[in-house]
Structures are given as C-alpha cells and as structure tokens.
Design a binder for this molecule. Structure first.
Ligand SMILES: Cc1cc2nc3c(=O)[nH]c(=O)nc-3n(C[C@H](O)[C@H](O)[C@H](O)COP(=O)(O)O)c2cc1C
Length: 369
C-alpha cells in the first residue's frame, strides 16, 4: 500500500491522497479577477488525480498584490468569479479546492516577471506597506510602516477575504507566511525593526501574524481547514529566521487551531544564500512535525514518485506539495500511482488513456459510472 496515496482528513475535508498542487502565481489577472486562464490552468489539475489544489497567492487588497496581474479576493466580482471556478473544479474531480490568502507588503507593486519583475514606476506604481519603512533592496519601493490603524485594516482585509472565500465554496485556506511577503516580514528580524509590541523579540514579531491567524480562524467555518505556509529559514545565518524560530511559530499557530503547516524558506532578503537540491526543504517540514506533532506539508524540488513516497512513508511530512514538477507534467500523479501501486481518480472521459495501446477494460469504465 502506498503511503502517498492514502487519504488524509483535515477537519471535515478529505484529501484523496497526499499530492498537493503548490500555489503558483500566474500573473494573468486584471484587477485581481480570475479569468479563463485560471480556469484552464486550475482545471487541468482538477482532472489530474491530485489530493489538493491550492490556487495561487490571492491577495486580500489591491495594495497587497505583488503585481497588477495578481489575483485578489477583495470585491464581489472576484468572489463570484472564484465561486464559478470552485464549482467547475469540484464538478470534475475529487480534490478539495484551496486558496492561498496573501499580502505582499513591501514586495508589492512590481511588474510581471516576464517583463522583468522590477518595482513599478510612475503612475503604474502604488504605495506599499510593511512592518518597517525598509525597502526589500536597492531600487525597491520604500514601504510605509503600518500604524495601529493600518494593522487593523490589513487584519480586516484578511477576514473579509476569508468570508468571500467561504461564500465562493473554497474548501481550505493557506495563509501566506513565507517568501518575504507581509506576514513573513513581521516574523523575520531582517524586515521587522519595530520598537512597539509588534517588533523586537520573536514573541513580538509573531504577534501580528498570529492575530491575523486568529481573526481568520474565527471567520472561517469550524469544519473547514486553515493552515499557513511558514518559513523554515531565511538563509542568512546569524541574522535571519532559523528552524528553531519556525518551530516556535508553528507551535503558537497550533495553539490557535492551525490544521497544517506548509514549510518553505527564503525570500525576505536579497543577501540570502539558499542551498537547493532535491527535497532541499523537507528537513524543515520534518523538524516542525517532530517538534509540534502538526500535519506538515513538504515542498521544494520533490519530483520523483519514490522520493515523494519515502517522505510520507518515513513520516517526514504528511503532504507533498509540488509546483514545477506539476507544471512539467500535470498528470504526474497518474504516473506516480502506476509506479507505487496507488489508486487515482480518473474522469471517465480519460479512462482509455490509462491503458496504453489497448482499450480500457469494461470493468474500469463500469467502475467510473
Ligand atoms: C510559477 C510559480 C509561481 C509561484 N507562485 C507562488 C505563490 O503564489 N505562492 C507561493 O507560496 N509560492 C509560489 N511559488 C513557489 C512554489 O509554490 C513552490 O514552493 C516552489 O516552486 C518550490 O517547489 P517546486 O520545487 O516543486 O517548484 C511559485 C512557484 C512557481 C514555479
């Protein structure tokens, strides 16, 4: 029996297996609105036998968008469009539909990556906000440090986006607390230089993200799971977050009802020195899981069925998220099921593709009815 193809329940939501579509910005929205690109992109994965789909960073305000092409969930038109996509995805496959709620903080107001990804200039740019008025790097916008009123506004925006996600039929929320975006900017000493109760010690730096988590948890139905993507390391020894900080943050999230942590790393400083390689962040998920007993999602250069199977079977993580591997091969889960002896959901229209060279046996077609 393959561990990767075992279902997993989080609150009332059951993931048919442990393979997760990792959130991937598409930079293809206009005014934050999902469109046919998102329907096709996500729709492809709805029929791909995955355990969970997490849509890209979806911003809680226009100001919080990384770029003008980023998705948002801050108005009724966006809510309706998300609702239609959620209904389509769930009609054609069993994977629950999750979204990643995000605010880019000081890394907002940038151009599309294929246009260079620089900070926007002139009339296209907008004012960014952050824990402290420190730019991400040279040539980046200088953000406004959030005051009490600003903090309350951002928290309210997270809550309103959560309510919209619920009404749109979203099954699961992952808050984005990594990659140098706003919630990570609070936790990391690299970007948080405040001297009020939201800065200084780790307890103070965690305060705002934990307040956001609590507010979102209270606004999100008790039967729906809520987790966070957190930072295993800033890759700046002696200066940035380390795994021990991630463990403390995760434990505080767990106390507040967090259902899973998705452990990534990096993105808060241009000086970071990341050591990448196959499964280069799995040990972060493993450390958090061991220390807190939380459901952990591992991510980062997980590309091979045996590798993914071992991560789950050895108890290093409970879920395996993939981004680039699933861009390269959206039907990776079918091949992993073949290699590992697992079962995946296959739409009846696609059953014949599962048996190379011959027609699908009648039993398979019958089973799909
Ligand atoms: C095109 C693309 C867009 C991404 N957008 C997001 C995003 O919206 N939110 C996020 O947390 N990570 C994002 N990531 C990072 C992935 O979710 C993932 O953590 C990272 O690519 C490592 O996994 P991989 O080696 O399987 O690609 C993105 C990655 C890619 C390739």
């Amino acid at each position: 029996m393959s561990a990767l193809f075992e279902p997993l329940s989080l609150r009332s939501v059951t993931l048919p297996n442990r393979i997760v579509l990792s959130p991937m910005c598409q930079y293809s929205a206009i005014d934050g609105l999902p469109n046919n690109w998102h329907r096709i992109h996500l729709g492809r994965y709805a029929t791909a036998g995955l355990g969970l789909i997490i849509a890209e960073a979806t911003h809680v305000s226009a100001q919080g968008r990384i770029s003008p092409g980023c998705l948002g969930l801050y108005n009724a038109v966006q809510e309706t469009a998300f609702g239609e996509i959620a209904a389509d995805l769930k009609q054609f496959g069993p994977a629950p539909f999750g979204i990643q709620l995000a605010h880019a903080g000081r890394k907002a107001s940038t151009d599309l990556p294929w246009r260079g990804g620089q900070s926007l200039q002139g009339a296209l740019a907008w004012q960014t906000v952050a824990p402290s008025a420190l730019p991400h790097g040279e040539g980046w916008h200088v953000p406004q440090a959030l005051d009490e009123e600003g903090l309350a506004r951002v928290k309210r925006e997270f809550v309103e986006a959560t309510q919209r996600a619920d009404r749109a039929g979203v099954d699961l929320i992952e808050l984005h607390g990594a990659h140098g975006y706003l919630l990570h900017q609070f936790v990391s000493p690299v970007s948080n230089r405040r001297n009020d109760s939201y800065g200084g010690s780790l307890d103070n730096r965690m305060r705002f993200p934990l307040e956001v988590f609590e507010a979102v948890r209270a606004a999100w139905p008790a039967y729906k799971p809520l987790g966070m993507r957190i930072t295993g390391s800033d890759w700046l020894p002696g200066e940035g977050l380390e795994i021990a900080d991630a463990v403390r943050f995760a434990a505080a999230l767990k106390e507040r009802g967090c259902d899973f942590v998705d452990v990534s790393s990096g993105g808060v400083s241009l000086q970071q020195k990341i050591k990448t390689g196959p499964g280069y962040q799995v040990h972060f998920a493993e450390a958090v899981k061991q220390a807190t007993g939380m459901v952990a999602m591992a991510v980062g250069l997980i590309t091979e069925p045996d590798q993914a199977e071992a991560i789950v079977a050895e108890g290093r993580a409970d879920l395996v998220a993939m981004a680039r591997g699933l861009l390269n091969n959206p039907y990776w889960a079918w091949q992993a099921a073949d290699a590992l002896g697992g079962q995946v959901h296959v739409a009846p229209q696609y059953l014949r593709g599962r048996i190379r060279g011959v027609d699908a046996p009648r039993e398979l077609i019958k089973a799909a009815r």
